[in-house]
Design a binder for this molecule. Sequence first.
Ligand code: PMP
Length: 417
Amino acid sequence: MTTLDTSRAYDVEAVRADFPILRQMHHENVPLVYLDNAATSQKPNCVIEAMDRYYREYNANVHRGIHKLSEEATTEYEAARLKVRKFINAGSKREILFTRGTTESINLVAQTWGRANLKAGDVVVSSVMEHHSNIVPWQILAAEKGFTVRYVPVLPDGTLDLDHLYNLLAKEPIKLVTLMQVSNVLGVVNPVEEVIKKAHEAGALVLIDGAQSVPHMTVDVQAMDVDFFAFSGHKMLGPTGSGVLYGKRALLEAMPPWMGGGDMISSVKLSGSTWNDLPYKFEAGTPAIAEAIGLGYAVDYLNQVGLDNIHAHERDIISYALERLKEVPGLTVYGPTGENKGAVAAFMVQGIHAHDVAQLLDSEGIAVRAGHHCAMPLHEHLGVSATARASFYLYNTHAEVDALIAALHKARKTFKL
Ligand code: PMP
């Protein structure tokens, strides 16, 4: 599946060899330096080939046909579910729901559990640092149901104000705490285990947005004792359109379905219908079959390289990047800088708008993102309308960080700073 010799120390060049896009020239003669991994990751050969194989060799719908192709597609689709179950250590494959991504997973919880359980007088707690996908679904439902959404503030060092959260838990009728594990802007790693424990002691359930954690660190949903856990396949080497909602079985069993249609029913009569068992109750219609299979192969690849190795490599790269970014005059990095930071550096260069920074970097072959990164309330809190963001993954190198720094110096010169 890979050329990687896993018995050797981390071999970033061998990892890179598995990603065909990284061999590409970005502009005519500038090699691609891909530093936009928090937006989406690149895909290794094994994922691309697995999806290609599905379409070339056994394309068929799942769970329906009696024919060989359908059986093969079903076997591979369900094998992917088992791989994901093991990857996050869920207790049962029935607790792994395939979705289109983190956004859909959170909306699913809001529209099923939320719709059935939240009413006027209840409180849902989110935070100022959340991605819009963990703010807007709750606002939409709150407008209909009349419950309150409160937001935990962010401290000046870019960490969550935990005292504020624990005070809320002591005083208010909180039904759900919904937080990200790792911020896509600040890079901060939130102490979710501690938060989950305190929330449970106060009688609240917890949803964790793992979009930026699952690709980069070992996650064990049982050890965490989390109630709902959402993540996206495309940020962890898998295809777009693949994602997961983990939920504790008892909660999922009690939740009404969301979308109605094929596969999610046990029987349909004109007088009413009954629902299929988990996880199918929440997977109405033809699912993203190739995408789920691709995600399964991404999990295989991450396991083969080893999440601990990936995490150690990323720590090395982000530490090096943070050191070198200090050399650029007028550059501010947001969020913490210690061990509690993932491989994300959102920054601003005084005198240059973030979009101009991104455009100038692009002309040097360096792909970063600029904007509010779907975190407008956080940017309002930081007092900036936009930041540029370099985000790293298992295939990034020190030389690419050097290229970033050189391009930033060049950008300052272009702006005569
Ligand atoms: N949460 C976080 C922390 C994210 O970084 C993202 C993607 N930027 C999302 C949620 C939404 O993920 P998706 O667009 O894959 O649904």
